[in-house]
Write a protein that binds this ligand. Structure first.
Ligand SMILES: [Zn+2]
Length: 410
């Protein structure tokens, strides 16, 4: 009893201390040379006031008075970037290979924490991992403030097994949600290395998407073959990921149904090429698979260019970053603009407010406005005229807390 009383007293002191700290906290004011709001708006000489973890006000220069906490007037401030498709725990092990063979759980956990830190430092304040059970403790450690990293959403598992009965498909979805999944990840087709043909039946695809919808969860569907993409869209699934084999019909269909399209053209396959020694021989990464991928690079660019011409298609920004690609996520955005013909503003909106919408978080993240989470970054340069500025991140704030500040003082 005595021990409990002491604990309670300590708790009371701790709580009082927190309240006192919170009320004593001064709002943070940031001066931005250029502010990109994530929804298509641009402001010169703006000020952002942050109270606690949220944006309290946006204003023009001077409205903040003299109390500027961070002078970023030589930089461009924009919402923290979002990547809707990563595999946050994947890494090259001690042997340089993209597998966990011979690693302890502790080594694997540290690799996930390292990736999370790397991604945050690169200006990505939210990523969705699709996904592995090890994402859950990482997500929770970051959310509680114990580890630096992006806001993490995870599918926990991946629905791949075509042998499951319709009932088992639904059970899979329910178990993922019970085990903490923020969304469901499903493979409707083979990998691009194996030709991308449909694996799950139309009935299985419909069952998974239907069950996810009943449970109020989003569902990301890996799909290459056009028929599988069409079934995915008609089943009411949230997002078609990859879609390397789609044509005009599928783009129109996704646009008509409001399905998000998450193509990859600038980082995923390039990373496999650049790190061939780490991947070759792991899983389905064989020489034939590498030939497929090499040939697929120009095809993914053609698909992307076709998709961009569909103005009503919601093209989101997910890289599918795995081992070797963490922290390079912005390469996908840069490639889309420089090679894919996407206007820089559209590419930035995709990686911010549109991605937030696709994650079901449009009122929390992805744009700079009063009431939004204070997730913002500053980059050296103007990404609207030079998109590579997104690789020059000098300032990272997430939830009102500064994680990186290498902006040189004047
Ligand atoms: Zn993936």
């Amino acid at each position: 009893m005595r021990h409990r009383a002491v604990t309670a007293a300590f708790t009371a002191v701790a709580l009082f201390g927190m309240v006192a700290a919170a009320t004593a906290q001064q709002p943070i004011t940031i001066r931005a040379g250029t502010l990109i709001d994530g929804k298509g708006g641009v402001e010169r000489n703006a000020t952002i006031t942050i109270d606690g973890q949220r944006i309290a006000a946006l204003g023009r220069n001077g409205e903040a008075g003299g109390n500027v906490t961070y002078d970023l007037s030589r930089f461009t401030v924009l919402p923290g970037l979002i990547d809707t498709h990563v595999h946050i725990g994947t890494h090259f092990g001690k042997d340089g290979r993209a597998s966990d063979a011979g690693e302890t759980p502790a080594e694997q956990a540290l690799a996930g924490a390292e990736n999370a830190y790397t991604v945050l430092m690169a200006g990505f304040t939210t990523v969705q991992s699709v996904g592995a059970p090890s994402d859950v403790p990482l997500r929770d450690a970051i959310a509680s403030g114990r580890l630096p990293g992006p806001r993490l959403l995870t599918s926990v598992y991946q629905l791949i097994d075509a042998k499951l009965s319709i009932d088992e498909v639904r059970q899979f979805v329910r178990k993922a949600v019970a085990d903490g999944a923020d969304l469901i990840k499903m493979f409707a087709t083979k990998s691009v290395r194996e030709g991308g043909g449909q694996t799950l039946s139309d009935e299985q695809i419909r069952a998974a998407c239907g069950e996810a919808r009943v449970l109020g969860k989003r569902i990301w569907v890996h799909a290459h073959a056009p028929a599988a993409v069409r079934t995915t869209v008609l089943a009411g699934c949230t997002t078609v990921a990859h879609g390397f084999q789609i044509g005009e019909t599928e783009a129109d269909l996704m646009a008509a149904h409001g399905t998000y399209f998450e193509p990859q053209t600038g980082l995923l396959l390039q990373n496999y090429m650049e790190n061939k020694s780490g991947y070759l021989g792991v899983g389905n990464f064989d020489e034939a698979g590498y030939k497929f991928m090499e040939e697929a690079i120009p095809l993914t660019l053609a698909v992307f260019k076709m998709a961009v011409r569909h103005k009503d298609l919601k093209i989101i920004m997910g890289t599918d970053a795995g081992a070797g690609a963490h922290g390079q996520n912005a390469r996908e955005i840069i490639f889309r603009v420089k090679s894919g013909g996407q206007p820089a503003m559209d590419a930035i909106v995709a990686a911010t407010s549109l991605n937030a919408e696709a994650l079901g978080l449009p009122n929390r993240i992805g744009s700079l406005a009063p009431g939004m989470e204070a997730d913002l970054i500053a980059v050296d340069g103007d990404p609207l005229s030079d998109i590579t500025a997104l690789q020059r991140v000098v300032f990272v704030m997430k939830g009102g807390k500064v994680y990186r500040n290498v902006a040189p003082a004047r």
